[in-house]
Design a protein around this ligand. Sequence first.
Ligand SMILES: Cc1cc2nc3c(=O)[nH]c(=O)nc-3n(C[C@H](O)[C@H](O)[C@H](O)COP(=O)(O)OP(=O)(O)OC[C@H]3O[C@@H](n4cnc5c(N)ncnc54)[C@H](O)[C@@H]3O)c2cc1C
Length: 421
Amino acid sequence: MIETDVVVVGAGAAGLAAAGRLQAAGVPFVLLEAKYRVGGRAFTDSATLGVPFDRGCHWLHSGSLNPFAAIADRLGFHYQRHPARKRRLFLAGHEADDATRDAAGAAIANAFDVTIAAGEAGRDVAMSEVIEVPPRWKRLVDHWTGLMSSLPPEEISTLDFARYRDTTENWPVDEGFGALVVAAGAGVPVSLGVRVRSIDWSGAGVVVATDAGDIRARRAIVTVSTTVLARGGIRFTPALPDDLAEAIEACTLGHAEKIVFRFDRPVEGFAPTSYAEAYEPDEPGRAPINFVVNPFGRPLAVGHVGGRFSAELSRAGEAAMIDLGRAALADIFGSGIARRIVAATVTTWSEDPDIGGAYSSARPGKAAARQLLTLPVGDRLHLAGEASAGPFYSTAHGAHLSGLAAAEWAIGRVGESPAGR
Ligand SMILES: Cc1cc2nc3c(=O)[nH]c(=O)nc-3n(C[C@H](O)[C@H](O)[C@H](O)COP(=O)(O)OP(=O)(O)OC[C@H]3O[C@@H](n4cnc5c(N)ncnc54)[C@H](O)[C@@H]3O)c2cc1C
């Protein structure tokens, strides 16, 4: 049996950060990843469409507070600091005039402002209980809560939402945020294709059982998603404490996916990294979708769907997702765009058994749950990952910071046997 000081489970942004910190501190560790690639939800795909795009995280949210900005500077990655171009809104195939676009924007902004005000007043209720949205914009607001929180307003806690720290600086990464996360973790040894099945923390330390054998360690840092944990993807012996298990369940992932098209050349009339949104107010069966058009001058349209629409589309499958994307592209660019599409692809985060969704959001009445996800368990286990990231939850930089925090916990106890349970 392999013996080490710390086992880190999962090599996404959190696991890579935790392992990198342990490595720098000279603490023996083993980093285990079920997939045959590192990065998890940070994944820049350069192969499928022949030009890079991010399947998962793409923007450095809260840019001026985001540790990945300094990492990008150090590693020679580029990101766009200036504010995003004004989003163009297309309704039923026609570009909205300024007044209509402003009305839609106000409905969305108002929903978020009211939610934050309720949360700041200490109310932990469903967002849907506090917002009032003009019927015309209701599905558009649902779409935006889907993009922000990956859930519909009925499932979002006002208090959790208000606790999210957002400077409103969203900086896209030219070479890809996924590539940046992976580059930041380069040099960290990782065992790929090793799935952790169970963790026994009943004894003096932990015994981590994998398909490739067991590993004995003093402590384990577990960075798999809350949905993977809630589904029992790793069996714990003894079971995790009830309050922690409930907290994990309360902060599982919602849904957000991308529908991505490659064109023969960049689309005319749209500057590099433009934003366009297609919404059919009178067609309830048609999901709203946002596109990043010509990202960094590349011949792509990267469509985003979120929340209930994303969940429905995932269930409907790839063909339905691409059909929706094509219809929306025709609304924005005209029907001739179909001839310019040379390839298309979709993401499948919700269907991915190693991930199970997009990002975490505390459910109504459960905002306090997040705090439990940041605490060590029995001096042997520490969760990390975006759900455990305090005010930066749901983000890649939050995952990174939570991984560093969990590593500090282990470093502070290096060489010490875990205290009795
Ligand atoms: C569509 C989409 C868009 C996003 N956009 C942004 C954005 O613009 N900006 C931003 O900051 N964030 C964004 N995010 C969120 C961000 O990608 C995540 O918050 C972050 O990458 C999560 O990192 P993590 O380390 O917590 O978890 P993960 O990336 O999920 O890493 C966990 C790892 O554990 C592995 N694993 C699972 N089970 C096991 C097992 N049993 N044994 C071993 N390994 C296992 C998984 O394969 C995975 O690699 C987006 C996410 C999605 C899905």
